[in-house]
Write a protein that binds this ligand. Sequence first.
Ligand SMILES: Cc1cc2nc3c(=O)[nH]c(=O)nc-3n(C[C@H](O)[C@H](O)[C@H](O)COP(=O)(O)OP(=O)(O)OC[C@H]3O[C@@H](n4cnc5c(N)ncnc54)[C@H](O)[C@@H]3O)c2cc1C
Length: 466
Amino acid sequence: MSVAVIGGGWAGLTAAVELTERGIPVTVFEAAPQWGGRARRCAVRLGATEVDLDNGQHLMLGAYGECLRLISRVHADRPGAGSAPLQSAATASPESPFVRARLHIATPDGVLLQRTRLPGVAGIVGGLLGASTLSLAERWALVRFLGTLRWHGWRGFDGLTVLQLLTRFGQPRQLVRRLWDPLCIAALNTEIAAACAQTFVTVLRDSLGAGGDATDFIAPRSTLGALFPEPAADWLHRRSASLRLRTTVRGLEPVDSQGSAWRLQTGAGAAAPREEFAALVIAIPPPNAARLLGAAAPGVAASLGRFEFDTIATVYLGWREDPGLAPVTMLAEDAGQGHFGQWLFDRGAQDGWHVAAVVVSAQGRRAPIPPAELARQVAAQVAQQLRVPLAAATRVLVEKRATWRCLPDRPRLTPDSCGHEARHLQRLWLAGDHACPDQYPATLESAVRSGVAAARGVAELLAGGG
Ligand SMILES: Cc1cc2nc3c(=O)[nH]c(=O)nc-3n(C[C@H](O)[C@H](O)[C@H](O)COP(=O)(O)OP(=O)(O)OC[C@H]3O[C@@H](n4cnc5c(N)ncnc54)[C@H](O)[C@@H]3O)c2cc1C
């Protein structure tokens, strides 16, 4: 019997790769017609052209160690790919599936944050010398804040919101508005007044607090699909894993009272196919997992049902000529003026267009804006703030349940939560950005870490004769 992985997003595919690597046969079920879940390739219409882009703009950091390891793994032995580990060859190699850039955040008024070549945290502190948009007092407050968090061991902030944390450590109002508020929304997709302080501190520890290349910006060279999900499916296929796209798992039940194997039902009705598996990795978003687990693991299902979600919109802008954008710009958000755009990413030239992606996160804070109106406002904001021509084409993609709200009292789940609920549930493992063993927000890195941990758990269980 093989192990079933339910869900072909970054978490599920990671679990499948890790299990396959250990010689354990896997079957991956994915409801959609493509791999990647919330981080996938997407054809975006700009004018009369379909441009190969993503369902939503994503940014990774150098701190995403497990993501980079898995990406390297599935690319390393692709037919035609070199055998050098891509992680170290990142920027230099044109075959590398991602581009990597030293931390540099431009704003319409100048530089906000950057890293110099100095090693470790010294590079961040050195970069502050050129942070022209921050006053001396603000730069000092920033350094003091990071130093204080380090002194506290980056822990001890459970139950606080980010705003409470920033207030407790005397962060100036302007610094909060210019830096901490947008960084918190970018990292946690949750506004500072509600966001979990401890998770934010953990993200700071592993990025600005670590310094060096942990703060690098990493983006796919072409699309998110080509970065991991598609090569991962290829990698699995070449190792004879069973891959089932367009297959929704609709039910699961233990074959006996000990849960010594699990039966899955795909399709609807009494005649729907049922197959048995030695163990299950359930790598689907919390509401879907809650429905699937309702009868089998009611405690875990109840926790899964408590997650709240927020929206992210990506506004793609297209120009016929290169408007000369910085790779990453933090826009000045001001909802009162209709300036909803927060971050702009230059996606370069494609299919006759020069494309940029503007991210509008934590949209749930305000009444929904019709996509056409959002596109018009964001295009006007970019033209005004960056002094570039108005984009000739726009397209808005909205992900309603982009990420769970990172609140201090959100449910805490780990891959082995089912096994903790009852002994007969030991062959059920959770994966997904909500089941990361570390206290991370909903990110690609959390999804991948959860997949790694779930696969390790399954492997240990099976190796122990369980
Ligand atoms: C617009 C947007 C921007 C983002 N920006 C960033 C960013 O900049 N940086 C970052 O790190 N993260 C970002 N994220 C978050 C990141 O995309 C997610 O954390 C990550 O993709 C979650 O992966 P996952 O595998 O846990 O879940 P998912 O990607 O949701 O995968 C679950 C899969 O399960 C499938 N499925 C569901 N039910 C069933 C079923 N019953 N049977 C079979 N299959 C099923 C779904 O179709 C889906 O493919 C962003 C997300 C969005 C939407």
